[in-house]
Structures are given as structure tokens and as C-alpha cells.
Design a protein around this ligand. Structure first.
Ligand code: ADP
Ligand code: MG
Length: 699
């Protein structure tokens, strides 16, 4: 028997006419039979189980009780008039309440028969109530046949125009009946067997109408696995292709510069994590393949130094290297740091930002083209067309989320053979997300801070306790430390935000007349801004009042206090970044979060997380839980190839790993994509890719 074509228009399903078809298409994106088949319910209601009234809690979404009505009363008047059936199951009384059709209901049920009632319990006036329950005579109810009822998400608009749960259930039943031949399997048979997965056919059916909770969870596991497996298959196949296509520049010379630096210029011992990461990059760059590596390390973990050493490795093989930073201040700081670290070594480091003009710029460009400039540090300016390298071997992108993919890929073109690429980020990306979104990059993690750092102490203050706070600030400054005070600034409320900052600045001047205070915000001219930053960095001023311009990268080891005003307005990731500006020296550092007294629940939770942990990865996980993975910086730009319909990167972290392992095995087993056992799988991947989410329109 020929199978039903799942691309068939939904209008051909029994129970769907032209009008319903239009509604389903426009409001719910269900255009074909296949769309309906994978329009999985968001929850099921278990009607195979009876509860006793004394077991009820207000959290229960739906319950089913069996018992008798003791009596009926009509209560209230006018619009509030309602019929109350006092229902007892022998363990207690629960009130059934109807506001509509009172005469009809009163006739339909009596005090003699036993009924099964179903609905959502609420606790009110010392007793449980169920409003508008479903009531069936007990002798007509066969519990085991009721099973799990699917609930589909139906948008308001569709609801208004008549789409109901019952209708959806009916349509899906019709469809499943129509599909008599089993749905073809898309996962390799050996995988299904080995992992004891449900077949696709069983799973799809059970997703809608499972016999019980156990079957539902097996089906849902299978569908999640399938979804994540194809995401990983796509990534790994692409990675493999790239590895075969691009030859990596040969960075294989044992390095004089590297060794000289390591043995004679490095002012401290590298941490174990730094050593490991450098080793990983060294292996990559001499492997004959292009390096594509993501380096994650919490703020202050010493990524900048690792970047410098990676560049020295490239230089040793006769290549140039380039590092891009997201802001001018950061680029300048990097250039300074590198020059300082390198001392008198024969390495020419140049800084290229929008500010470098005229002859100075011309000199740098010529030096790059001729090969005399070894390391270029810059902002976006380095990807302009005028910038040509003689022999670019390594590109490092710092704080990657501020650079779009398109901008990065412009850099690839700066050499005939694409240079090695290292992407550094201090925004910890939860492992499962990294594996999925940056799945084509190899990942290195610096999970160790340089020795001697004391963990930052984070305190949460309500804004009525400033006096106490300022005493603390005074003590720190008296010890020679410096203090950041940060204000939020967003476009929508820019004017008020700046006023707040100015008010805060004046308040601090009045409070600390003996100290000098810097002020930095986005409205200032770049020169003024830089001058103020410089005054703080050199210790001329003791307090820096700023908006979030200091969020990224600034390094003033002597600063030991970070005060964040209106902390409720910052997200977790941002708070953690800001906190990372202190705790860079050997002193005990503090981060003080100031909020108003009244806080929303999730704000309270954010503050609590901040005071409880300094671990960037833990914070990133929590952040993802609070906000959902879609909102993390860069997710969209980097583009998940397909939308996830059943899997959740937070909840299904383990499945992500399993899917990746399985996909890796398959790609290794069938690199040419020609084994018959995998044909259906590759075909399915191609079909999925045709429906690929198009992010290109989203900037
Ligand atoms: P990141 O860029 O990861 O935020 P940085 O590279 O700016 O961190 O390093 C923070 C500070 O720690 C810098 O002052 C740096 O010189 C110092 N540092 C880096 N590595 C070490 C180490 N192994 N031992 C001691 N100090 C280090
Ligand atoms: Mg840094």
C-alpha cells in the first residue's frame, strides 16, 4: 500500500474544509498533513487516574474524582449567581460550581448516581472548588480508555474563530487513522536498536495519544533525540567538509620568540589551564588543518596573555597576527599590554583604530603589506578593505558577541589561505548551547584563575542603606584602593539615566570632598572619555562614575570595589561582567548591588545568584534558565540551523551530549555519505535544510 504523502495540503484531511484550512495555515502554521503530524501537544492531561479529595493541592492542574452529590444550592444573585453541587467522595467535600446553564445542569445530575468529575481545583473559602467541571456518570467511564488527553497550543485568534482542543484531537485522530503504513524511520537502524529508541512511527503516534506517562516520556525522548541528532549531524558534517576543504597554514616551527618570551619575559608562572589551552592551539595550528577554536574563560582568567602567546607561535613560523577588540579603549589597552609584556623583544605591534589617521595610518598600512608589522591590534578598522596583510596567519576575535558573523568572515578573506581563527569570550556559554550554536568550533576553557586571587565578595544593599555603604567605600579608599560606580544606560530612558548618573556624581562629590572623581558616559567625546579613563587607570582619581562603557575588558587591578546602582535593571550576564572589573589584584574585592526595596521575584533571584556564586558558568546556566536560550547574545547571529520544536537546550542537556556523540559516530562511519544504511538519514537532513530558518534578514 502506498504511503500517504505528508506534503499533502491540510485541506484534504477529513474534518478540514477550506475555511478551517485557512485558519490552521494562517494562525498555526499548519499547511500540510506533515505539519499537523508534528504539531505536538504541549502537555497531556492524565485521565486514567482518580484522586481522593484529601489528596488535592492548589498546585494540581487537573484532577479527577469519583463520588456523589450530597446536595445542590443556588448562591449569590445577578451575575454572581451560581449553582453549587456539594460533591463527596467519602474522604471530603469538594464544591462543583457552575455560573452558566444552571437549570439545565440542575436537571442533568442528581444525588443518587455516582459520577466522575474532572477539572481544575482551586482553594477558596476553606474548601476546594472546581468551576465548570466535566461530569460523567461513573458507569459510563472506563478509566483506562480515557488515557492521556493531548492539549495543543492554540493561539487566541484561532480560539476565537472556533479552534478547540476537541477539534484538534479529532483532526489528529483522523490523520493517524489515515496513515496506516508506518512512518518511515529516519534514524539509522543500528542506532535505534542500540539506544533502544522507539521507532519514529510509534513515537509520533504516542506524542499525541500515549497510553500512559511512561510511553509519553519514551516518545518524547525519541523525538528530542532525533531533533538534536540532526542539528549535530548538520554541524559535524559541515565541520568535516571544511576540514577537508581548507588546508591549514603550516605553523610548525619551534619558536624562538615564543621560547624567549616564555623563559625570559613572562613575569609569572602560567596557570595549568593557560598551559593546556596554549598546547591545544599549538596542536591545532600545526595539524595541517585550519584552527577554529572558541576560547572561553571567565573575566580575569588570563585570556589576553594566552592570545599573545598564540600570536607569538604564529610569528615564529613567519606569519603575521591580528587581534580585534570590540572597543577602542580595549584595543588600546591590548596594544599597551602586549608592548609592555614584550619589552625589548623584536616584535612590532601596531594599533589601528578609527582614530589613527594620516601619515601614522599610512605607515601602519604599508608595514602590514610589507610584513614589517607583526601584530596588529585594532577595532573594526582592521577589516576595512584598505587593510592588506603580507602573510596573515592568525586572527583573534576578542569578546566575540559584539562582532557579527559577516564581519568575522571578512577577515577570513584577508589571506589567500584562510588564517587560523581563535574566538575569545568571557561570556560563559553553557556547554549545551556552545555545542549546538558554536558546534563547529573546538572549545577550550580556562577554568582556573591566576593564583592568589581572593574571591570577590558580593553584597546586596537596598538603597536606603547608603550611609553604611559610603563608610565602607571610605575605608577602602583610605587603604589606597579605587572604586567603580556604575549606572545603567539604555536608549529608551537615556535622558533620565544620564540625570541619575549626574545626580549620583554630585552626591559622591558632596560625600567625598577630599577625593577626585572621574566620570565616563556614552555622550562624551571619545577624547574626553579616554582622558577620564586614563586618569582613573593611572590612579589620579579614586572613584570612577560610569555607565556600562566599562563593561568589557578594562583592567585596573587596584580597583577593589564595584558598586552597581539600579542593579535590578541589569541581566545576570551583565552583572557578572561588571563584577569582573574588580578582583584583579591580590586584595579582597567587593561588588555591591544596589536596588530598591520592592523587587520582582526574578530580580530577587538574580541578586541571590550573584551573592551566592562567582562562577561564570553557573551564572550562565541560571541566566539561560531565567531567560531561555534564545535570548543569549549571538544565538541568532550564529544561527541554529533549525528551530527546536521539542527539545530544550537547558532541560535536555544530556540528550544534547548523546545526540552529538551519536552524530559524530555516524559522520565518521560514513564520511562520503554513500552507505545505504544511512541513505534515509542523509535524505532527511537535506529535507530539513530546505526548511532551514533564514536568519539572514535579521541583523
Ligand atoms: P581576561 O582577558 O581573561 O579577562 P586578563 O588577561 O586581562 O584576563 O588577565 C587578568 C590579569 O591577570 C592581568 O593583570 C594579567 O596580567 C594577570 N594574569 C594573567 N595570567 C596570569 C597568571 N598566570 N598569573 C598571574 N597573573 C596573571
Ligand atoms: Mg580580556
Amino acid at each position: 500500500m502506498p504511503g500517504v504523502d505528508l506534503h499533502t495540503d491540510i485541506v484534504f484531511l477529513s474534518g478540514v474544509g477550506p475555511q478551517r484550512a485557512k485558519l490552521l495555515k494562517e494562525q498555526m502554521g499548519i499547511a500540510t498533513l506533515g505539519d499537523l503530524l508534528t504539531y505536538f501537544p504541549y502537555k497531556h492531561i492524565d485521565r486514567s487516574k482518580l484522586y481522593y479529595s484529601h489528596e488535592l493541592t492548589p498546585e494540581m492542574p487537573y484532577v479527577q474524582l469519583c463520588g456523589r452529590f450530597l446536595s445542590f444550592t443556588v448562591e449569590g444573585v445577578g451575575r454572581k449567581q451560581r449553582l453549587v453541587g456539594h460533591f463527596s467522595d467519602g474522604h471530603g467535600v469538594v464544591d462543583m460550581v457552575w455560573f452558566n446553564s444552571i437549570p439545565y445542569i440542575r436537571k442533568a445530575y442528581d444525588e443518587l448516581h455516582t459520577y466522575v468529575v474532572f477539572g481544575k481545583p482551586t482553594f477558596f473559602n476553606g474548601r476546594y472548588n472546581i468551576t465548570h467541571p466535566e461530569v460523567d456518570p461513573a458507569e459510563q467511564v472506563e478509566l483506562s480508555a480515557l488515557g492521556m488527553f493531548p492539549n495543543y497550543s492554540i493561539p487566541e485568534k484561532a480560539k476565537k474563530r472556533g479552534v478547540t482542543q476537541r477539534m484538534m484531537q479529532g483532526l489528529v485522530r483522523n490523520l493517524l487513522r489515515l496513515l496506516q503504513a508506518p512512518l518511515p524511520e529516519v534514524l539509522p537502524a543500528d542506532l535505534v536498536g542500540r539506544m533502544r529508541l522507539m521507532t519514529r512511527d510509534e513515537a509520533v503516534r504516542a506524542m499525541h495519544f500515549p497510553q500512559n506517562a511512561l510511553e509519553l516520556s519514551a516518545a518524547s525522548y525519541r523525538m528530542k533525540f532525533e531533533e538534536l541528532f540532526f542539528v549535530q549531524l548538520n554541524i559535524l558534517r559541515y565541520t568535516q567538509l571544511r576540514k577537508r576543504q581548507y588546508v591549514g597554514l603550516p605553523v610548525n616551527r619551534v619558536g624562538d620568540l615564543f621560547n624567549d618570551f616564555y623563559y625570559h619575559h613572562l613575569p609569572f608562572e602560567l596557570t595549568g589551564a593557560q598551559k593546556r589551552v596554549i598546547r591545544e592551539m599549538r596542536e591545532d595550528m600545526r595539524s595541517g588543518r585550519q584552527m577554529n577554536r572558541l576560547l572561553q574563560g571567565d573575566v580575569g582568567s588570563g585570556k589576553t596573555l594566552v592570545a599573545l602567546m598564540a600570536m607569538l607561535i604564529a610569528l615564529d613560523s613567519g606569519f603575521q597576527a591580528c587581534i580585534m577588540a570590540p572597543t577602542e579603549i580595549l584595543a588600546e589597552q591590548h596594544a599597551q599590554t602586549f608592548r609592555h609584556f614584550l619589552g625589548d623583544m623584536p616584535v612590532r605591534v601596531e594599533l589601528l583604530t578609527g582614530k589613527v589617521k594620516g601619515k601614522a595610518r599610512k605607515d601602519i598600512l604599508e608595514g602590514l603589506a610589507a610584513g614589517g608589522v607583526h601584530i596588529l591590534v585594532g577595532t573594526h578598522a582592521v577589516i576595512e578593505d584598505a587593510v592588506c596583510f603580507s602573510n596573515l596567519g592568525l586572527v583573534i576575535v576578542d569578546e566575540q558577541h559584539r562582532f557579527g558573523v559577516a564581519q568575522r568572515s571578512k577577515l577570513w578573506g584577508k589571506n589567500a589561505t584562510p588564517p587560523h581563527v581563535l574566538v575569545m569570550t568571557a561570556t560563559p556559554i553553557p556547554r549545551t548551547l556552545a555545542m549546538t550554536v558554536y558546534g563547529d568550533l573546538d572549545v577550550s576553557v580556562i577554568d582556573e584563575l591566576p593564583p592568589g586571587r581572593k574571591p570577590i565578595r558580593t553584597l546586596h544593599f537596598f538603597d536606603n542603606r547608603r550611609a553604611q555603604l559610603y563608610d565602607h567605600v571610605r575605608r577602602e579608599i583610605a587603604r589606597g584602593r579605587q572604586v567603580y560606580v556604575v549606572y545603567p544606560l539604555i536608549k529608551e530612558s537615556e535622558k533620565i539615566d544620564l540625570e541619575n548618573l549626574e545626580d549620583g556624581y554630585e552626591m559622591l562629590r558632596a560625600e567625598f570632598p577630599d577625593y577626585r572623581i572621574s566620570k565616563v558616559h556614552g555622550q562624551m567625546k571619545p577624547q574626553e572619555k579616554d582622558e577620564e579613563m586614563r586618569r582613573f587607570a593611572t590612579g589620579e582619581t579614586q572613584i570612577l562614575v560610569a555607565t556600562t562603557v566599562i563593561e568589557v575588558g578594562v583592567n585596573v587591578p587596584n580597583a577593589s570595589v564595584m558598586i552597581i546602582e539600579n542593579a535590578e535593571r541589569f541581566g545576570l550576564a551583565q552583572l557578572h561582567q561588571l563584577r569582573g572589573r574588580v578582583g584583579r589584584g591580590a586584595e579582597q574585592s567587593y561588588c555591591i548591588l544596589i536596588t530598591s526595596y520592592k523587587l520582582a521575584e526574578d530580580t530577587r533571584r538574580r541578586m541571590q545568584i550573584m551573592t551566592e556564586t562567582n562562577d561564570g558558568f553557573e551564572i550562565a546556566e541560571e541566566d539561560m534558565k531565567l531567560r531561555g536560550p534564545g535570548t543569549l547574545d549571538g544565538t541568532r547571529q550564529s544561527g541554529l540551523a533549525f528551530e527546536l520544536k521539542v527539545a530544550d537546550l537547558v532541560r535536555d542537556a544530556q540528550v544534547v551530549q548523546q545526540a552529538r556523540d551519536a552524530a559524530r559516530e555516524v559522520v565518521t562511519a560514513d564520511p562520503e555519505q554513500c552507505l545505504p544504511a544511512y541513505a534515509a538519514m542523509w535524505q532527511h537532513l537535506r529535507e530539513l535544510k530546505q526548511q532551514e530558518v533564514d536568519w539572514s534578514g535579521i541583523s
